[in-house]
Design a protein around this ligand. Structure first.
Ligand code: BEZ
Length: 211
């Protein structure tokens, strides 16, 4: 069965552009963005991996490690990284898994044969420090992903885990947040000293707690 939100993700050991990786050991206590792409030396993928490299300081601020994957081999990845660095004006400083035997692709359901035969589609997995799956997104091969959106979801998940607020539609960092339904309004008023606005008994807003 496909991995579902809240599942503990499977561990694996696989080759990468930075040597063999045991996933759990490599992840340690960090959050992880694991993302697959169809193939090396392809245009959309080149822009995506460059973008993730350019955003490394944003990921690090949030205690997030990134790791890419395709079914190409290590030598291909290493050659392609040179092209990404040259064309995207960046330095790829995170590993790309070389999943030629499809170990990881099969465990995580990254091959969708009716969309792209034998190649991984653009899957994204956000995994928390407890190795629980917190988000999956699947994009078609022809659409490059929006990694600002990935960062936005990480911010939202971390606000929920660390501050017990949720985030409304189209929320952006700094906007008001939603008090989670499990907290009664009187308790919320104590917990969120910046104030709680009760629009409806089930719809309570508060300024972003960590700003
Ligand atoms: C690309 O990365 O440009 C790409 C890969 C597979 C299919 C279409 C586009």
């Amino acid at each position: 069965m496909a991995l579902q939100l809240g599942d503990t993700v499977p561990n694996f050991t696989q080759a990468s552009s930075e040597g063999e990786i045991n996933f759990y050991d490599w992840a340690g206590d960090s959050w992880v963005v694991l993302f697959s792409h169809p193939a090396d030396y392809t245009p959309v993928c080149t822009t995506e991996l460059g973008t993730v490299a350019s955003l490394q300081s944003e990921f690090q601020k949030r205690n997030v490690k990134t790791i890419a994957l395709s079914v190409d081999d290590v030598e291909s990845h290493k050659g392609w990284i040179g092209d990404i660095n040259e064309t995207q004006n960046t330095t790829v400083n995170y590993p790309i898994l070389a999943d030629g035997d499809r170990t990881v692709a099969d465990l995580y359901g990254m091959i969708h044969p009716n969309s792209l035969n034998n190649l991984t589609v653009r899957s994204v997995f956000i995994i928390d420090p407890n190795k629980k799956l917190r988000l999956t997104i699947t994009y078609p091969a022809s659409t490059g992903r929006n990694f600002d959106e990935i960062l936005r979801v990480i911010d939202s998940l971390q606000l929920t885990d660390y501050h017990q607020v949720a985030t409304p539609a189209n929320w952006q960092d700094g906007d008001d947040c939603v008090v989670v339904p499990s907290i009664p309004t009187e308790e919320a008023k104590q917990k969120f000293p910046k104030g709680v606005t009760e629009i409806k008994p089930y719809l309570r807003m508060t300024p972003q707690p960590n700003k």
